[in-house]
Design a protein around this ligand. Structure first.
Ligand code: ZN
Ligand code: ZN
Length: 245
């Protein structure tokens, strides 16, 4: 048996223990029955700031779109996020993705629901779908962190979840290993709409769920795939957004 097998077993055990024993706060390590203690949650999460309605980058003034979206509108129409991807919230996202601490996913979903409720011009998508992982990455990790967030989020928002609405047709190389310009080229045509769902996407409003949005190229490539299939509107729901440097 290869190391892949042991990794799958280790991931399964880790996720099982984190589901059964959320006895420690994921940030401060203090004893608590929840995944995050109340002081940490109050200190680091739930403080919403003005953001571009389209890409969720922070805005200083009261305009609703950032300069970048005005100059080069992305394929998606709106983005909702719960937090900046910055310390110490980034640690929570890394614990979900690489530590298989799946108990964090319902917390992220709840924070996203709070963010949705703050939107003044929220338009509910007709379906939610996670950013799909390629088969190799899914086999390696054992779960899709975007789907883990999308499940409780769909329940809370009462929006149907279509986990396989989109398919990743190319296992793109780890995006973080590439320089920015190559990242975008790497993602072009990485996604397609599942043939059995193509008819319903036409004219519809799709919601895409992910854990982190950095450059936005992944969200843009997936949104572009939906728009190619005739989607009228695409909304991104992402737990954390990397602020522009
Ligand atoms: Zn804490
Ligand atoms: Zn923007």
């Amino acid at each position: 048996m290869g190391s892949g097998f042991y990794q799958v077993v280790a991931t399964a055990l880790q996720s099982l223990s984190s589901r059964l024993l959320p006895a420690q706060c994921a940030l401060c390590g203090g004893a608590c029955a929840q995944v995050l203690c109340a002081p940490c949650r109050a200190q680091y999460l739930g403080q919403l700031r003005p953001r571009c309605r389209r890409c969720a980058n922070p805005l200083d003034d009261v305009s609703t779109l950032c300069g970048r979206c005005l100059r080069h509108p992305p394929a998606y129409d709106a983005t909702v996020t719960a937090a900046d991807y910055a310390a110490p919230v980034d640690q929570l996202l890394l614990q979900l993705k690489f530590g298989a601490r799946l108990a964090l996913a319902p917390l992220f979903a709840q924070l996203l629901v709070d963010a949705v409720q703050q939107q003044t011009e929220w338009q509910a998508p007709q379906w939610l779908c996670p950013v799909p992982l390629g088969p190799a990455r899914l086999a390696e990790r054992g779960f899709n962190q975007a789907l883990e967030i999308a499940r409780p989020l769909a329940r809370a928002l009462a929006i149907p979840l279509l986990p396989r609405l989109a398919i990743r047709v190319r296992d793109t190389r780890a995006q973080s290993a590439l320089e920015p310009r190559k990242r975008q080229a790497n993602l072009v045509r990485a996604f397609v709409v599942a043939p059995e769902h193509a008819a319903r996407v036409r004219g519809g409003h799709v919601g895409i769920v992910d854990d982190v949005m950095s450059s936005g190229h992944t969200a843009d490539a997936l949104a572009a795939a939906f728009k190619r299939h005739g989607a009228a509107r695409v909304t991104i729901l992402v737990m954390a957004r990397t602020p522009p440097h």
